[in-house]
Design a protein around this ligand. Structure first.
Ligand code: M5T
Length: 625
């Protein structure tokens, strides 16, 4: 629990990760950091020859990525972040810098150069602290550092390298490999921080945060164990800490990163003093008795309130009102959503604290993420999915103790409890429910589909059948990406009769078709590639056995495959999203990659590979041999 206090120092601040890398997002999310993701538009084209050492290139690129985002966000509706984090990972071999491969041949070339040798992975990280001045100028303090990890590859055969390249994994990764996934098989040894190779040196980042937020005083500096992460207690009970931190700021050090001031207002600021928490001292609490409640427990105590705040704001259409009118005061919003002013103010301020809204001079506006995902009619809206979570999952989880005791799903109990209030005509109610369920799944799938469609190279499959494919979101992405592929979306008649409401205006009906049927009972349409999205985890063993047997029978050995979109649990089963979802006690279960592999091998799918996408769902591809 030494690290959490450092990370929790950022709670309540507007933290932005200037990176599109799903791995960086995962690493920081996993330690409880709350942040927005705003990928940088900075083009990674700095002239490498001007840098004395490769890590300087990574440091500079990381810095430029973060500065670009800080400046853009500041310019745009003055939504200045408090902290922007940028990173850049490179692989170096004999002074050459390898970034992401441009195509498969390039990936192959990189990997064959790395084969049998040791190389270095450098990640440069830049932490930009932003400060909006009274005259709206932006002042930024830049702290940066880098980390090096040495990785040795085994001797790799040409066949293996090509197979790896065809898996598609190398394409978005420096050096053309992902040590955290299939690429791990290429690696003989690692010296240094593993997460640094994955894309973010978490340990060094925490040390840097500690330096920034708890600069050591003269007296305490001796007490810090060499190379350990300074923790809160270490620096809190200091009488002269405020004075000291001004003079103790890290001197620029080219080798291990530096702190630098970027005054974009072209004005001089003498020193940017970070005031440490001196509350413990002021309250007279002796250092040894100062026990800190771990941040994860604090977050969990409040977690349900945060979820319900999001649900309520969506239900009351707060984000919709702000999308249309952009900037509104609490009084205007309370009138529009027909709610009390007192309640509205509290809800809006909570949304600001959760990073869902912005507030400037008593005026509220949507964040970019709210505009994209939370307004109800946006192209990538998950509004209805949030409503589905609120209306259907939330009640299930309020019965969690019972569900655990009984080991059963509480759906029936929840329905009975609410049935007396269902005064509407049952058919109408069912129709409405069906449509909102479809809208929920449509929104959820729309933001996930591209990652599923590109998790593997599926270009060899010319016909696909998405079993339970609902509104066809995945089908649309598949035909866009694979120009030779036709997709048949197969779902229950009640679903298919409503799919027309979800289709884009002009879509190629010769390549996407919809077929009514029940995949458990009816004959499956012919296809090279069968797809099951969010089906397998939900089916009890007998039904799953029946379905997989049917699919296996319909597959041609060596030609056909099965693609699953599911949350793939990590092997140690510590991935919270899947584990929390399984608490709803559906009749099925969540599985890890190796569990999917052994399940599918029972049905003749001998080659089973999986990809973590960093999105809501991961992908598993099983080829029948
Ligand atoms: C060696 C290695 C690298 N990576 C990924 O390679 C990308 C590097 O590229 P980048 O330019 O630093 O980042 P990006 O992905 O383009 O994102 P951005 O920060 O927006 O530039 C990052 O993704 C890393 O995780 C892995 O996932 N595993 C590995 O073993």
């Amino acid at each position: 629990m030494l690290l959490n206090p450092v990370i929790s120092k950022l709670a309540g601040k507007r933290v932005v990760l200037a990176s599109a890398s799903p791995r960086r997002q995962d690493i920081l999310t996993n330690v409880g950091l709350r942040f927005e993701v705003v990928p940088s538009w900075f083009k990674e084209t700095l002239d490498k020859s001007v840098f004395a050492a490769p890590y300087e290139y990574a440091l500079e690129t990381a810095k430029q990525k973060a500065l670009e985002v800080a400046r853009r966000m500041h310019m745009k509706h003055l939504k200045t972040p408090d902290i922007v984090i940028g990173a850049d990972t490179i692989v170096t071999l004999e002074e050459a810098i390898l970034e992401k491969p441009v195509d498969k041949q390039d990936a192959y070339n990189m990997l064959s150069r790395l084969s049998g040798k040791e190389h270095s992975v450098f990640t440069g990280v830049s932490i930009v602290l932003c400060n909006r001045q009274k005259d709206n100028q932006l002042e930024m303090d830049v702290f940066d550092f880098y980390e090096e990890t040495k990785v040795k590859f085994a001797d790799l055969s040409e066949d293996l390298l090509w197979e790896y390249v065809h898996s598609g994994e190398p394409m978005d990764k420096a050096g053309g490999y992902g040590i955290q996934s299939l690429g791990g098989m290429l690696v003989e040894s690692v010296h240094g921080d593993f997460l640094n190779v994955v894309g973010f040196p978490l340990n060094h980042f925490c040390k840097k945060l500690a330096e920034i937020y708890y600069p050591p005083s003269k007296q305490t500096i001796n007490r810090i164990k060499h190379d350990s992460i300074p923790y809160v207690e270490t620096f809190e009970n200091l009488s002269d800490v405020e004075k000291d931190c001004c003079v103790k700021r890290e001197a620029p050090d080219v080798k291990k990163g530096s702190q630098e001031k970027c005054n974009y207002a072209l004005r001089n600021k003498s020193s940017n003093v970070t005031v440490p928490d001196t509350a413990a001292l002021q309250n007279g609490i002796p250092e040894t008795n100062h026990l800190q409640l771990p941040a994860n427990i604090i977050h969990l105590l409040d977690g349900f309130k945060a979820s319900k705040t999001l649900f309520a704001a969506c239900k009351l259409k707060v984000f919709d009102e702000l999308k249309e009118k952009r900037d509104l005061k609490a009084e205007d919003i309370s009138e529009k959503i027909n709610a009390s002013l007192r309640g509205t103010e509290k809800l809006l301020d909570a949304c600001v604290a959760l990073g869902l809204l912005e507030k400037t001079h008593q005026v509220y506006s949507n964040t970019e993420a709210a505009n994209t995902f939370l307004v109800s009619d946006g192209e990538f809206s998950i509004h209805e999915y949030i409503m589905h979570t609120n209306d259907n999952l939330w009640p299930l989880f309020t019965n969690l103790e019972l569900a655990v005791k009984e080991g059963t799903c509480q759906k029936q109990r929840v329905i009975e409890k609410h049935s007396h209030s269902l005064v509407q005509d049952t058919h109408l109610c069912n129709q409405d429910k069906k449509k909102s369920f479809m809208t929920a799944m449509h929104g959820m799938m729309k933001i996930t589909a591209k990652d599923i469609a590109t998790a593997f190279d599926l270009s060899e499959y010319s016909s696909a059948c998405d079993l339970g494919g609902c509104t066809g979101s995945l089908a649309h992405d598949l035909v866009q990406i694979y120009t030779n592929m036709k997709v048949n979306v197969f779902d229950l008649p009640g679903v298919i009769e409503n799919v027309c409401h979800f289709q884009p205006e002009h879509f190629d009906t010769s390549r996407i078709t919809f077929t009514s049927g029940n995949f458990l009972e009816d004959q499956l349409p012919e296809a090279d590639l069968y797809i099951l999205s969010r089906v397998v985890h939900d089916l009890p063993d007998e039904k799953l056995d029946h379905l997989l047997q049917k699919i296996s029978n319909a597959c041609y050995p060596g030609k056909s495959a099965l693609l699953l979109a599911e949350i793939v649990l990590d092997e140690e089963k510590r991935e919270p999203r899947a584990l929390l979802q399984s608490l709803s006690m559906s009749e099925g279960k969540q599985r890890s990659g190796s569990e999917y592999r052994s399940l599918l091998q029972n049905y003749g799918f001998t080659s089973v590979v999986f990809r973590k996408t960093g999105n809501l769902l991961d992908a598993v591809l099983a080829v029948k041999s």
